[in-house]
Design a protein around this ligand. Structure first.
Ligand code: UD1
Ligand code: UDP
Length: 364
């Protein structure tokens, strides 16, 4: 049997690495299809290197575009390659457009699918990712959830229990695997920043796609920078608009290119505070025990609030929340990490997939 992983964007690579490694250990034949949704070296290649991912068997090079144009290119490219490779199972990750396109193509081709990180819900259909999550979960044959809430949402939506598996969080497997190499000192030295700093990452369309939203956010981040120097590894999406809104290199703000996985997590590990709108970063700060302020009205990862260091804030409330977080340090209400965020999600997923492949599920 053949398993294909469809990956396209930065967070996909981080989630897939432990699954690929664990399937390898079980001797499962597999390959990676890179859609090319993210293509800059710092958004793609560096992750394959840092995470030890094997080279893709195909790169579709779909690149950027509007949702319709990008998704259309993904659909056309994926239909060809999935037909040609004829896999027994396609594994998709997270909630990006590459995930949506892959699940749709496979559903129409009659190819079975597994969704890693199923069941996350912000209940905000204004987020492109929420649309991708709902559609992906409706079509997947195997659903791997990272938290009990996610599992409960899927059950409520009527997904049969036989398809559901609570396996923990593969993004945290990658974090634990990298942990011994996470050292803030060399990154701090290279970026020439003080030893006490905050890190900010901002790329949600609702935060960076309009000049008004960008201005409100940048004003708040600049105010935080009067309390503590802020390093901003800038996602290409917000680069221009955030700069136009005033997020530029200065005495207390350092805007740098996106960082590689190990460099970024090293920086986060040594940070006094993280300000973000990323999904994955909410989870990583929870495990690293770094206070995290998420500038969003909602989160599909509420477990990072109940069992982690995460708080939701509006731009207007960010400066005061930062002051409090810097004074209090990391506060985790439950006092314990989410269940099964233990570094062994990849092996759990691989075990289910391997048993599934040995069952009577193979394509005729
Ligand atoms: C995508 C995901 C988002 C995820 C994020 C992770 C969708 C709908 N969104 O958002 O859920 O949180 O990835 O980082 O799939 N660009 C480059 N170089 C690249 C890639 C993108 O310059 O390598 C620029 C292009 O101008 C592009 C823009 O970034 O138009 C947005 O890229 P896109 O992949 O469409 O969405 P993201 O905002 O990256
Ligand atoms: N990340 C990174 N370099 C950066 C910013 C983020 O390596 O400059 C990592 C981060 O540690 C996490 C992943 O990228 O593992 C999250 O990706 P992103 O925030 O782009 O996407 P999201 O999680 O919001 O979908």
């Amino acid at each position: 049997p053949l398993v294909l992983h469809v990956l396209g964007a930065r967070p996909n690579f981080v989630k897939a690495a432990p699954v690929v490694r664990a399937l390898d250990e079980l001797g499962v034949r597999q390959g990676i299809i890179h859609t090319g949704q993210h293509y800059d070296a710092l958004m793609s290649d560096v992750f394959f290197a840092d995470l030890g991912l094997p080279d893709p068997v195909a790169n579709l090079g779909v690149g950027s575009g509007t949702h319709a144009k990008q998704t259309a290119a993904l659909l056309v490219g994926l239909e060809d390659v999935v037909t040609e490779q004829d896999p027994d199972l396609v594994v998709v990750y997270g909630d990006v457009n590459s995930t949506l396109a892959a699940i749709l193509v496979c559903a129409k081709l009659g190819v079975r699918t597994a969704h890693v990180e199923a069941g996350l819900r912000s209940f905000d259909r204004g987020m492109p990712e929420e649309v991708n999550r709902v559609v992906t979960d409706a079509l997947a044959d195997l659903l791997f959830a990272t938290s009990p809430e996610a599992l409960a949402y899927l059950a409520n939506e009527g997904v049969p229990a036989a398809k559901l598996h609570l396996v923990g969080n593969p993004m945290i497997d990658s974090l634990y695997a990298a942990l011994p190499s996470l050292d803030p000192a060399p990154v701090v030295e290279r970026l020439a920043i003080p030893a006490r700093y905050a890190v900010a990452t901002l790329h949600r369309p609702a935060n960076v796609d309009t000049p008004q939203a960008a201005k409100e956010l940048v004003d708040a981040v600049l105010e935080v920078s009067r309390q503590i120097p802020v390093v901003v590894p800038i996602h290409p999406r917000g680069k221009i608009r955030l700069a136009e809104a005033g997020l530029v290199d200065g005495e207390t703000v350092k805007v740098v290119d996106p960082l590689g996985y190990v460099d970024f997590l090293s920086l986060v590990r040594g940070a006094a505070l993280v300000v973000t709108d990323s999904g994955g970063v909410q989870e990583e700060t929870t495990v690293l025990g770094v206070p995290c302020l998420t500038v969003r009205p909602n989160t599909e990862r509420p477990i990072t609030i109940t069992h982690g260091t995460n708080r939701l804030v509006t731009p207007a409330l960010l400066p005061a929340a930062a002051e409090k977080a810097l004074a209090d340090g990391a506060v985790t209400p439950a006092g314990e990490l989410p269940v099964l965020w233990d570094g062994a999600a990849g092996p759990r997923i691989a075990k289910v997939i391997s048993a599934w492949l040995k069952g009577d599920n193979l394509a005729p």
